[in-house]
Write a protein that binds this ligand. Structure first.
Ligand code: AMP
Length: 182
């Protein structure tokens, strides 16, 4: 029961902005969760719980909200942190992957030496929708030798199928709160 209460509480701390950034989208704004001390701690504690006491080498976060949550998760697990960034932002040698957005494509990058072959890595972002962003990040990290232990998100939009898409790639998925629709 405690667990269920924790989930309900977290969901209530997320603000929904209708029609942002465009008509028809219900934007799930986690800044209200981040700004709530109890909710932020609870979200991080719940995300790391399956890996407490196990060996995680690094946590990879997807720009930009994945940096906030991923940094806290990495600290809690005594792991390193790896930023996955929009193209052109990282100063050293990078590897890059293209991925589809609703309109057109975008690219993300990671430093090619950010991971040692065989590193056990957890991927973190704030929200999974279609899973296109996270799938690209999984491919990028695997291309430099990472073993992806799991992908973690505060919010799941299950109607868009992203979590299933990641599981089909052999990546266990952990999410804390689900919202219907887009
Ligand atoms: P996707 O690649 O479709 O899984 O989209 C995931 C990315 O888009 C994440 O980085 C989210 O932050 C963002 N995103 C997609 N849909 C929403 C939404 N309804 N509310 C807030 N962020 C969203």
């Amino acid at each position: 029961m405690d667990h269920d209460n924790a989930l309900i509480d977290l969901k209530q701390t997320i603000r929904t902005i209708p029609d942002y950034p465009k008509p028809g989208i219900m934007f799930r704004d986690i800044t209200t969760l981040l700004g709530n001390p109890r909710a932020f701690r609870r979200a991080v504690d719940e995300l790391v719980q399956p890996w407490a006491g196990s060996k995680v080498d690094r946590v990879a976060g997807i720009e930009a909200r994945g940096f906030i949550i991923g940094g806290a998760v990495a600290h809690q697990l005594s792991a390193g942190f790896v930023p996955i960034r929009k193209k052109g932002k990282l100063p050293h040698t990078t590897v890059r992957v293209a991925y589809s957005l609703e309109y057109g494509i975008d690219e993300m990058e990671v430093h090619s030496d950010a991971v040692v072959a065989g590193d056990r890595i957890i991927l973190v972002d704030d929200l999974i929708a279609t899973g296109g962003t996270a799938e690209a990040a999984v491919k990028l990290l695997r291309s430099i030798g990472a073993e992806i232990l799991a992908a973690c998100f505060i919010v799941d939009l299950p109607d868009l199928g992203g979590a299933e898409r990641l599981r089909a790639l052999g990546v266990p998925v952990r999410t804390l709160v689900a919202f219907e629709g887009h």
